[in-house]
Design a binder for this molecule. Structure first.
Ligand code: HSE
Length: 314
């Protein structure tokens, strides 16, 4: 059943929600991302033998590990025999709003699929990756994992049963993503959200989701720009991010199509037409954090259309 003995996979960071699409929209980035290596072993069972880039924070018990749990469950479901040694190389910040847990979870199921010469579809793999999200933050929200796994822009119409709709997006759409060096846990930022919202806000929000999807499909930048705003979640979470209002103001002033919180934050993204505009918007956003003397990373990336990539196999 196995086609290879060892595979190394890259799984990309993602922007979840993408403004108005709380829990239902996401897009993949070219960088940063995690790398997962799986090596077959004669010793039975799944072991996490090495984790780097996590400051010793992640559990090596596969049952409790975001990458391990999906591999374990998929392994059992397929009735595979023998063993597997897993290395997890975190090459992106954790608790950053860039889909770090999803990248590891997707990297895990993708590396096992690649060892088998990729017989399993994304629809089949997604539920196993979502087990990783459940372990990481208590809820199996699918927007990060689906974007990471399918690549491109996605609409998660339903995660159970899986109904992920890839949305074609204009080729020159580019994201600037600013990551302030503070950590915010998704679990905490979900707890503070209101369980009920006024109908008038819901109407504005779902009009924007429809507008964003239509704007992407039609390459209508004005429609994308008008539709990105999040009137439900951002007003609550924005206060947790130092300088958020000024950062957003700077992004819009410098010509970004829209700007909002990436996933549950603290990263902030701006979507722009073209890489040059993304560079200048990103720098304008970063100025606010420089003034606040808060360190940050800035990533500029087009929409990654590939999802997980096999880097090496033997
Ligand atoms: N949709 C999720 C949230 C993404 O906003 O809580 C978490 O990265």
């Amino acid at each position: 059943m196995f086609a290879y003995n060892q595979v190394r996979v890259f799984a990309p960071a993602t922007i979840a929600n993408v403004g108005c699409g709380f829990d239902v929209m996401g897009l993949a980035l070219n960088e940063p991302g995690d790398e997962i290596v799986a090596t077959r072993s004669v010793d039975p069972g799944i072991r996490i033998t090495e984790i780097t880039g996590d400051d010793g924070l992640l559990p090596t018990d596969p049952q409790k590990n975001t990458a391990g749990i999906g591999i374990l469950q998929l392994w059992e479901e397929l009735g595979l025999e023998g063993g597997l040694d897993i290395e997890i190389h975190k090459k992106m910040p954790m608790g950053s709003g860039l889909g770090s847990s999803a990248a590891s979870a997707v990297g895990g199921v993708a590396v096992l699929n690649a060892l088998l010469a990729s017989p399993l579809s994304n629809d089949k793999l997604l539920p196993y990756a979502l087990e990783g999200e459940r372990v990481a933050c208590g809820t199996p929200h699918a927007d990060n994992a689906a974007a990471c796994l399918y690549g491109g822009f996605v609409l998660v119409r339903s995660s159970d049963p899986v109904d992920v709709v890839p949305i074609q997006s204009p080729g020159d759409l580019c994201a600037a993503v600013l990551h302030p060096h503070i950590e915010i846990l998704t679990e905490d930022t979900r707890r503070i959200l209101r369980k009920n919202i006024p109908l008038s806000l819901a109407v504005r929000q779902w009009a924007n989701v429809g507008g964003l999807v239509a704007g992407l499909l039609k390459s209508d930048y004005d429609l994308i720009s008008r539709s990105l705003p999040d009137v439900v979640i951002e007003p609550i979470r924005g206060v947790l991010i130092p300088g958020f209002d000024a950062i957003k103001h700077n992004a819009l002033e410098s010509g970004a199509l829209g700007c909002s919180i990436s996933g549950s934050g603290p990263s902030i993204f701006a979507l722009c037409k073209g890489a040059e505009k993304a560079e200048s918007s990103g720098k304008a956003m970063q100025e606010t954090l420089n003034r606040l003397e808060l360190e940050s990373d800035l990533y500029i990336s087009p929409v990654n259309q590939n999802g997980p990539q096999v880097l090496e196999r033997s």
